[in-house]
Design a protein around this ligand. Structure first.
Ligand code: PDD
Length: 283
């Protein structure tokens, strides 16, 4: 199955897609993105991703981009690829213009879509859980906008790998536990879950909201509230959620075991429930 790109209205093999050097996404990080998962030839939660995309575009005062046009580009590229279990990346930059910090007077937002085989989580990470380190959150104050400016996330992930673990969790200067490098974070304390509220300090994940819905159906209480590192370390279970992460158990943080160091029952149950939904769904 070919890995494809959509660029300027055309679909082509991914290696052939070229973006001009004066694309503002390239020079300023002046671009927003979404990452959508395809399961069994269907896109999971596409409309929620398009809602969040519109939030990002509005927050950055982008010129109007037609939701229908974006939806068509995503679906058409995905269908043409024939890849059933896909990672669909969508990026919209403010356009191509001579380098100047101010918005260009007339720019045409540039839409790029790529469809690749999904990076599936290694089975041993799912079975045994992953280890993470905590890092200081050095990101800007609008993490609710899904921009391509991901350097702090890149550095945090790299630090995790160089520390011999799988991922990193951001903690603010004031000690508030935020989220993972490309995922949200939940903890279980006795009979309820805690996760960071949807403030500008995190990206409110689509998976996070699907999980909150699933918990509602299952009678599991989720409190969206701030918590600190001590609460994190003493949790009964910790897990990450995201489009590529799905639900991923965390069994050690900064070298300290969480509970008995095994993936917990609530995490595993929620992972199964999410899998069911993803395999039933959508476009
Ligand atoms: N990232 N928080 C951050 C910082 C993220 O980058 C992501 C997703 C999430 C989870 O959001 P969602 O459930 O909507 O995927 C939370 C994507 C997958 C990425 O960067 O590739």
């Amino acid at each position: 199955m070919p890995e494809l790109a959509f660029l300027n209205g055309n679909i082509m093999p991914i290696e052939e897609a070229r973006v001009p050097v004066e694309d503002r996404g390239y020079q300023f990080g002046d671009a927003v993105y979404e990452y959508v998962a395809g399961y069994k030839g269907r896109l999971f939660a596409l409309e929620q991703h398009l809602d969040r995309l519109e939030h990002s575009l509005r927050a950055l005062d982008f010129p109007i981009v037609s939701r229908d046009q974006v939806r068509r580009a995503v679906i058409e590229t995905f269908k043409q690829s024939g890849i059933e279990r896909a990672g669909v990346y969508l990026q919209i930059s403010r356009g191509v213009a001579p380098r100047n910090h101010a918005f260009p007077a007339h720019s045409q937002p540039q839409i790029v879509v790529t469809v690749r085989h999904a990076h599936e989580t290694p089975p041993e990470h799912l079975q045994k859980g992953i280890r993470v380190v905590t890092v200081t959150d050095i990101r800007w104050g609008r993490c609710d906008i899904k921009t391509v400016q991901l350097l702090a996330n890149v550095l945090a992930k790299q630090k995790a790998l160089e520390s011999g673990v799988e991922d990193a969790i951001f903690i603010s200067n004031e000690g508030v536990v935020r989220e993972g490098t490309a995922s949200n974070l939940f903890i279980r304390c006795a009979d309820h879950l805690l996760t960071h509220p949807a403030t500008p300090q995190i990206l409110a994940g689509i998976t996070r909201s699907v999980l909150i819905e699933i918990c509602g159906e299952q009678g599991i209480q989720v409190h969206q509230q701030f918590f600190d590192r001590n609460t994190l370390l003493s949790a009964d279970e910790v897990f990450l959620t995201g489009t590529s992460t799905e639900v991923l158990p965390v069994i050690a943080i900064d070298g300290r075991k969480i509970a008995d160091g095994q993936p917990g029952p609530t995490t595993l149950n929620l992972r199964r429930e999410l899998e069911k939904r993803a395999n039933q769904n959508d476009v």
